[in-house]
Write a protein that binds this ligand. Structure first.
Ligand code: ADP
Ligand code: MG
Length: 324
């Protein structure tokens, strides 16, 4: 069995921009622009970056909830981009998603039993009695009670609703969970409870996570490795400790310098980025970060830096680091 559960290679998702009276294509939004990474079995890969950098598009493309423009996604050795709809449907048993906003993703007219039972029915799993048992069991697994099955989404708090979202993702015993900012909508006091639950579940069920967040501090503790996205590309990927102690990419350095540090002796220099994030419809040439980079050099304006391992599995796409 290969060590990698998920291998993503050269994934792209471009959205056409249409305009004019004829609605013809006048450009593209490069939401995800040629990214490659893999996730090992049982690993948590964090994916961070500012809003709009392509995190959700990446997560959804992997599950083909949206169709990638190009690139390959191998799950358990199978190229999911080549699967027919029926085969893809079966494959989704093993790859599930938890959304940021549990309220929007839970049908308000269905009670919790029905919401949790649905994936089992879709995949033809178990008898009615067995399904009911599984619902009650899963509610307890995520820290709720079996009597909650009869209630409706609006009767729960945000944190409880996200527990239901997690329970639904776990109903079919998946291998991979794409968690798309699962705690971003929750109060800070509730965030750590949900994060702890997800870590416990991972240990108990041997889950593999792609954990998306816009905030580096959220992914730090839950992630084995972290990838940093900027304008549709992964600019750096390393183990959590490598990334936090020795960030290489100027963008990562800037992001980290903005994270408040509890230690008053840690006098890290704050890097203030100039300007706004450019539009993914008209990204800068060369390194897309060059318009805001404090270390910009001539070649950064024209040559896209390769995403390469600069040692110990620490990947960075930056002309400051040459391996040859
Ligand atoms: P993130 O999750 O990091 O906030 P997204 O993946 O949602 O970012 O979006 C990446 C980029 O793609 C953004 O510029 C967004 O506006 C654009 N985008 C997302 N979905 C669509 C769509 N359906 N049509 C056109 N553009 C889209
Ligand atoms: Mg998103």
């Amino acid at each position: 069995m290969a060590e990698e559960l998920l291998v993503v290679s050269n994934l792209k998702k471009y959205y056409p921009i249409t305009g004019g009276v004829l609605g013809s294509e006048i450009g593209v939004v490069k939401a995800v622009d040629d990214i490659s990474f893999s996730i090992r079995r049982g690993e948590t890969l964090g994916l961070v970056g500012e809003s709009g950098c392509g995190k959700s598009t990446t997560g959804r493309s992997l599950l083909r909830l949206i169709e990638p423009t190009s690139g390959k996604v191998y799950f358990d050795g199978v190229d999911v981009t080549a699967l027919k709809p029926e085969e893809m449907r079966k494959m989704r048993r093993d790859m599930q998603i938890v959304f940021q906003d549990p309220f929007a993703s839970l049908n308000p007219r269905h009670n919790i039993a029905k919401i949790l039972e649905e994936p089992l029915i879709v995949h033809g799993v178990g008898s009615s009695a067995e399904r009911r048992k599984r619902v009650e069991h899963m509610l307890e697994v995520v820290g709720l009670n079996s009597y909650h099955a009869r209630r409706y989404p609006h009767q729960f708090s945000g944190g409880q609703r996200q527990r239901i979202g997690i329970a639904r993702a776990l109903m079919l015993n998946p291998k991979l969970i794409v968690a798309d900012e699962p705690v971003s909508a929750l109060d800070v006091s509730i965030q750590s409870q949900v994060l702890n639950l997800m870590q416990d579940l991972q240990r108990e069920m041997g889950l593999t996570y792609l954990f998306i967040a816009h905030d580096l501090s959220v992914v730090r503790h839950i992630s084995d490795r972290v990838g940093v996205m900027y304008l549709g590309r992964i600019v750096e990927l390393a183990t959590s400790s490598q990334l936090y102690t020795k960030p290489l990419h100027p963008y990562t350095q800037a992001l980290l310098s903005a994270v408040p540090v509890p230690d008053p002796d840690d006098v890290r220099e704050r890097v203030i980025l100039q300007g706004d994030v450019p539009s993914p419809a008209n990204p800068p040439s060369g390194c897309t970060f060059h318009t805001r980079c404090p270390h910009v050099m001539e070649e950064c304006r024209t040559v896209r830096p390769p995403f390469q391992d600069v040692g110990d599995g620490h990947y960075v796409a930056c002309h400051l680091y040459k391996t040859d």
